[in-house]
Design a protein around this ligand. Structure first.
Ligand SMILES: Cc1ncc(COP(=O)(O)O)c(C=O)c1O
Length: 442
């Protein structure tokens, strides 16, 4: 492609950028103009290797022809159709294709347009379900410290990131949190699942003692990504499952990043051997080519809500773009690639090489912890005195300028490459990153 044909914005003022340092960016813009396979390209044509699958989302690699063509074709056939009291064929097909990948018995799929919407939708489904089964007193929602469930009021409140809440006084009421599973003193530099921390699930017993039978659901990420890659301790999710079942509480897995092959199975629940009652997803569902999210719910939940009323609308919730034709087309084409190319299998096969490469950074200056699982890695750096987040941000900027996209959260560097990654890309990622970490040693 001729690089000159890429649009070159010459006015950065109008765009109020999300989760960004607008002032810094607009004085030091770093733009991505094109993407293909494992790489982005800047407007000047410089390659930037994608160590983050965009934002944990382009699992099949960028610019996949099959997805592009499916979207183009669908745009010409049916640009939009409402899905309130109506339907269009691809929305039903996309739901069935998603249900083919979710755990058995979790075969009903509600479409949204993002991870945040999926998470808020799942919380509302939990409340509606509890009411429909005669447990209307169950209005309490439990999240976990350092959990990220997007930015809607539900997800923000159930999420456990102080920084994401402090600007907005109002939170959802009736929310409580489990403690984070991050135990650096016992688990630093562990490869894969840490041995210590299963007991932290027992905190749910404490919350049940406190709140009685008013808890509707617990929402957790099987592997927390946005707060710096927190891998579940061995036995932790199993214990949470047991306690939820024992106390009539729904267990929701937020698989917005762990879904679609990221940790070596279709969904993280399969890899981790724990089946929740609902799974939220987005990102990898369409390879991020068109925004789409979804909530997969157990047949029991669907039947209880839908059969809970004699007639009329059963669930007063939905989005204009739920099951949008272009998103549905992108999801079907993405799932075709996911299955045909066995992206989960590719991730699993690459995991040992990825793990070794990740842990090779242990000897780099200021590295205080390394965590990995599936094709995810978190490298935690010692913060600079009085300047939290600065060291990792400088590493991010250096990496970008040296042709590598990484993600930072606080002083943690998070990596989550497209699942089509080859060993040569892994080598490039870690040599560029090691170099940047060394240059920020002071
Ligand atoms: C676990 C998890 N849940 C929810 C979200 C929110 O997704 P979105 O940004 O599509 O609203 C994210 C985004 O990174 C996520 O990682």
């Amino acid at each position: 492609m001729n690089e000159l044909s890429v649009p070159r914005p010459n006015d950065l003022d109008a765009y109020f950028m999300p989760f960004s340092d607008n002032k810094y960016f607009k004085s030091h813009p770093r733009l991505l103009a094109r993407a293909e396979g494992m790489s982005y390209f800047t407007p000047e044509g410089k390659e930037v290797l994608d160590g983050t699958a965009g934002l944990w989302c382009s699992n099949a690699g960028h610019g996949r022809r099959e997805i592009v063509e499916a979207i183009q074709k669908q745009a010409a056939i049916l640009d939009f159709a409402p899905t309130f009291q109506l339907g269009h064929p691809l929305a039903f097909e996309a739901a069935a294709r998603v249900a083919d990948l979710t755990p058995k018995g979790m075969d009903r799929v509600f479409f949204t347009n993002s991870g945040s919407e999926s998470d808020d939708t799942a919380l509302k489904i939990a409340l509606a379900y509890q009411k429909a089964r005669g447990q209307a007193q169950r209005v309490r929602l439990i999240g976990r410290e350092r959990g990220y469930h997007g930015v809607g009021f539900g997800g923000m409140s159930v999420g456990g990131i102080g920084g994401n809440r402090k600007q907005f006084g109002t939170q959802l009421p009736y929310v409580d949190h489990l403690p984070s599973t991050h135990l650096p003193a016992q688990n630093a530099f562990v490869k894969g699942q840490p041995a210590h921390g299963a007991h932290l699930a027992d905190e749910l017993e404490r919350l049940v003692n406190l709140h009685g039978d008013t808890i509707a659901a617990v929402m957790v990420e099987p592997v927390a990504g946005s707060t710096g890659v927190l891998v579940p301790p061995v036995g932790y999710l199993e214990r949470l499952r047991e306690l939820c079942t024992k106390h009539g509480i729904l267990l929701i897995f937020d698989e917005v990043i762990t879904g679609f092959g990221r940790i070596g199975n279709h969904f993280g629940s399969e890899r981790l051997g724990v089946i929740p009652d609902m799974i939220t997803m987005a990102k990898g569902l369409t390879n991020a080519a068109v925004p789409m999210g979804a909530v997969a719910v157990s047949d029991e939940i669907y039947d209880t809500i839908v059969n809970g009323v004699a007639g009329g609308i059963e669930f007063f919730h939905g989005y204009t773009y739920s099951g949008h034709p272009l998103a549905a087309a992108a999801a079907i084409a993405t799932i075709d690639i996911h299955v045909r190319e066995d992206l989960p299998g590719r991730a699993k096969a690459m995991e040992p090489y990825w793990e070794e490469a990740t842990h090779s950074l242990k000897s780099s200056p200021n590295v205080i912890d390394i965590r990995n699982f599936g094709l995810i890695a978190g490298i935690e750096l010692q913060p600079r005195e009085g300047k939290p987040g600065d060291r990792a941000m400088q590493v991010f900027r250096r990496c970008f300028d040296d042709g590598l996209l990484v993600r930072v959260t606080g002083d943690i560097i998070a990596l989550s490459p497209p699942l089509i990654i080859e060993k040569s890309h892994v080598d490039r990622i870690f040599s560029t990153l090691a170099d940047a970490i060394h240059k920020e040693a002071a």
